[in-house]
Structures are given as structure tokens and as C-alpha cells.
Ligand binder design. Structure first.
Ligand SMILES: Nc1ncnc2c1ncn2[C@@H]1O[C@H](COP(=O)(O)OP(=O)(O)OP(=O)(O)O)[C@@H](O)[C@H]1O
Ligand SMILES: [Mg+2]
Length: 404
């Protein structure tokens, strides 16, 4: 008897809210996860990712709104009736059981026929590269192999939906890189709808078909990773997605004929007419202060004569072999809103402190990612070129990007 092929299902959040005592963990979440899709839920600690996942699993009641798996509203369906399998951050394997027994455990508990258990375990272990290790005990496995066993347990249940909550966070950095690709490959092979939770924006960028970025219980933006990177909806997404993060400096927009200039401190950065034309709403901000966003990779060596440029003082350089990060201090105020603070806090406390001191001293450290080997001397002035087609503009009142 062969294992039935897993049938995948869509997952729909329809205005879902979850309140614990007085904490609104998830607020009015609407999100469609398509059948077979790999959706990554990403955001800083405490933004509601795990809560969203646990509501799909049925481990947490829904305060208001509806969750559907396929066409069926599951709000009142028992976890066992939902056909979902969850892989937790802190998975525990049974140390005295072999890999085979660990993977088979759930099936045995439900008295599945022996032959079917064997087929399912073999199929899952093949997909996970564990076929040769079925007789080993957990202590004879590497961290990555143990993680795969934990996934195997979920896979053999043939769920219609996989829910994964930071499954790689206990692995060391190198293993994590390898497992990222592995999890994405297995998901594609099985074609089962997957919601994958992480606070690691690199996982979000590399693993999923789409990402959903959350902050403080509220969905900020959903889209393919590249489009979220290219067109972040607001200051939070702009500073959260990307490493090093997008540079954000305050600038006054001035109308200059058909074009515009972004005035950064006492420097004019010309916004070419075609860039201004592509964002007609920008003109309405003429005379006002906006947030100007420049990704580190869109600043470049000015040696090639590129214009416009921006001038600053070199405060630090980091040679990474293939590229050089230059920290360039510019005499202008940084954008430092709650959104930017939250995104920085996710990096570390030092990142927030750096931003605080920049804001207080009205200076901004721009990070430029240059393709050069020559380190510019510290504390000396330097000009870098700006790829103005890749500039981002933000309304500082709303925090929203200006695109229209
Ligand atoms: N059982 C609970 N009782 C009360 N508050 C809770 C409970 N579970 C979660 N919360 C709160 O709900 C909010 C969202 O928590 P959640 O665990 O979903 O965040 P998360 O995005 O998964 O964070 P992390 O990245 O740290 O795992 C937090 O403010 C948290 O303190
Ligand atoms: Mg969590």
C-alpha cells in the first residue's frame, strides 16, 4: 500500500485579530497563501508571527475574523482535523529512538499500518537526504541532520499545509545557509503549501515565493522578495529588508524646472526629470522635507565621473574582499522614526544607539558598498556617485513610500 500523495491547500486569513489579555498580538490580518506556495512571514521579535501560525494550527483561538484552509473555515475545527503539520523552533527528538522511529513516531501513535509507515518514512527520508541514516540515533547526527529528522516527522503526516516556526534558528550560521536551500528544495519537491516564520530577513529574501512583512501585529507588505526589496511600501519595510540596510536621510525637495532636487544638508542631489516624471506625486512634496532612501549598493565610486554625487567624511571602512563598505558621514539629519527604530532594534541595540546619536548630532552615516579595493583614508572627505534611478522617497508624516 503506497502513501497517498499529499494534497495541498490554500490558507486564507480574513481580517484575523488575536488579543491576549490586553496585548493585540495580531491585528486585522488579511493574507492569502496560495495552494503550493512557500510564504515567509517575517518581522522583528514580538510582531505576531508565531501567533499567526498557531492560529492556523489551531493551537490558539481566534479573537475575531476567519481562517480558511482550502474553502473551509477552520476557526472551530480541532487541530487534528486541520491536516496541518508544524515544525517548531525547539524540536525535540527522542534520544533513545532511531531516525526511522523518530520520523515514524506520529504515524505509529495513530496506528497506521506498518507497510504504510515504512513507505512514508522512506519517501520522506529520501527527500531529506536521510535514507542512509535511518538506523542512527539522534546523538550520532549533525545539527542539520537532526533538523531534517524534525522536518521528516512533519512530512510523513502528508499534511495539506506545513507550518514552520524559525526551524533553522538553532543551527550555526554555515549550516543555516545550507539548510535554507534544503528546506526550499524539499518544499518545492513536495509542493505542499508552507508558511515559514522567521525574523531573519535573509531567509525571507532567499527562501520564499512571497514574503509578508509584519510589524507590531500589523501586516506591512506582501510580495515577491525582489519586489518588496525594490519597492518597499514604507519606512519600516525599507529599513528592515536589506543588509546593510537602506540609508535614510532627510532632504528638502525643491522644484528645478522639469526636475527636482533633493537638498541634503547644503548639498543638492539632482533628481532627473525621468525619475520625477515616474513619480508624479513627488512634485506635491516640493518645498517639504521628505525621507530620501539610498541603498548601499546604489552609491558608487565617483572615480568614473558619475553624477550626481554626495560628499561626506569617511568614518570607517570595511574591506570584505569582493567589496568595500565605506561609512560616509554627511552633514544632514537622518530619518529616525519609530519604524526605523524598530527595524534597527532587530539588528541590535547598538544600531539603535548609533541612530540616536546621529539624530542628536544631525549627521547621517551613509553606508556605501563600493566595488573597489582602494580604501579611502579615514577622516578625509570623499565624494560618491548616486544611482538616482534607484532612489526612494518617503512621506515623513505617514512613513509611506512615494511612488504614484
Ligand atoms: N500566550 C500569550 N499570552 C500573552 N501574550 C502573548 C502570548 N503569546 C504571545 N503573546 C504576545 O503577543 C505578541 C506577539 O507574540 P509572538 O510570539 O506571536 O511574536 P513573534 O513574532 O513570534 O516573536 P519572536 O520572533 O520573538 O518569536 C507579543 O507581544 C507577545 O508577548
Ligand atoms: Mg515567534
Amino acid at each position: 500500500m503506497s502513501a497517498p500523495a499529499a494534497v495541498s491547500a490554500s490558507v486564507t486569513f480574513d481580517s484575523v485579530t488575536k488579543v491576549f489579555d490586553n496585548v493585540e498580538a495580531v491585528r486585522d490580518l488579511s493574507l492569502d497563501v496560495r495552494e503550493g506556495e512557500f510564504m515567509v512571514l517575517v518581522g522583528p521579535s514580538g510582531c505576531g508571527k508565531t501567533t499567526a501560525l498557531r492560529m492556523v494550527a489551531g493551537l490558539e483561538d481566534i479573537t475575531s475574523g476567519e481562517i480558511l484552509i482550502g474553502d473551509r473555515v477552520v476557526n472551530d475545527v480541532d487541530p487534528r482535523g486541520r491536516d496541518v503539520a508544524m515544525v517548531f523552533q525547539n524540536y525535540a527528538l527522542y534520544p533513545h529512538m532511531t531516525v526511522f522511529e523518530n520520523i515514524a513516531f506520529g504515524l505509529r501513535a495513530r496506528h497506521a499500518p506498518k507497510a504504510e509507515i515504512k513507505t512514508r518514512v522512506e519517501r520522506a527520508s529520501k527527500a531529506l537526504g536521510l535514507a542512509e541514516l535511518l538506523e542512527r540515533k539522534p546523538r550520532q547526527l549533525s545539527g542539520g541532520q537532526r533538523q531534517r529528522v524534525a522536518m521528516g516527522r512533519a512530512i510523513v503526516r502528508n499534511p495539506r499545509v506545513f507550518l514552520m516556526d524559525e526551524p533553522l534558528s538553532n543551527l550555526d550560521a554555515r549550516l543555516r545557509v545550507q539548510m535554507r536551500a534544503e528546506v526550499a528544495r524539499v518544499q518545492r519537491e513536495l509542493g505542499v503549501t508552507t508558511i515559514y516564520v522567521t525574523h531573519d530577513q535573509v531567509e525571507a529574501m532567499t527562501m520564499g515565493d512571497r514574503v509578508a512583512v509584519m510589524r507590531g501585529g500589523v501586516l506591512q507588505q506582501t510580495g515577491e522578495p525582489q519586489s518588496v526589496f525594490d519597492r518597499p511600501a514604507n519606512l519600516f519595510v525599507a529599513s528592515f529588508i536589506g543588509s546593510p540596510p537602506m540609508n535614510l536621510v532627510q532632504a528638502r525637495l525643491d522644484a528645478r524646472g522639469d526636475g527636482l532636487a533633493a537638498v541634503v544638508g547644503d548639498q543638492d542631489v539632482d533628481v532627473p526629470a525621468e525619475v520625477a516624471a515616474a513619480r508624479p506625486a513627488l512634485r506635491r512634496h516640493a518645498g517639504r522635507t521628505i525621507g530620501l532612501g539610498i541603498r548601499p549598493e546604489h552609491l558608487r565610486d565617483a572615480g568614473d565621473g558619475s553624477r550626481p554625487r554626495i560628499r561626506g567624511t569617511v568614518r570607517a571602512t570595511e574591506a570584505l574582499g569582493s567589496e568595500l563598505l565605506v561609512h560616509l558621514e554627511v552633514a544632514a539629519e537622518p530619518v529616525f522614526t519609530d519604524e526605523v527604530r524598530d527595524a534597527a532594534a532587530d539588528v541590535d541595540a547598538a544600531a539603535v544607539e548609533r541612530l540616536e546619536s546621529e539624530a542628536m548630532e544631525r549627521r547621517t552615516l551613509l553606508i556605501a558598498r563600493l566595488e573597489t579595493q582602494a580604501r579611502p583614508p579615514a577622516d578625509e572627505p570623499l565624494e560618491v556617485g548616486i544611482d538616482t534611478r534607484r532612489l526612494h522617497f518617503f512621506d515623513l508624516d505617514t512613513g509611506l513610500a512615494i511612488y504614484g
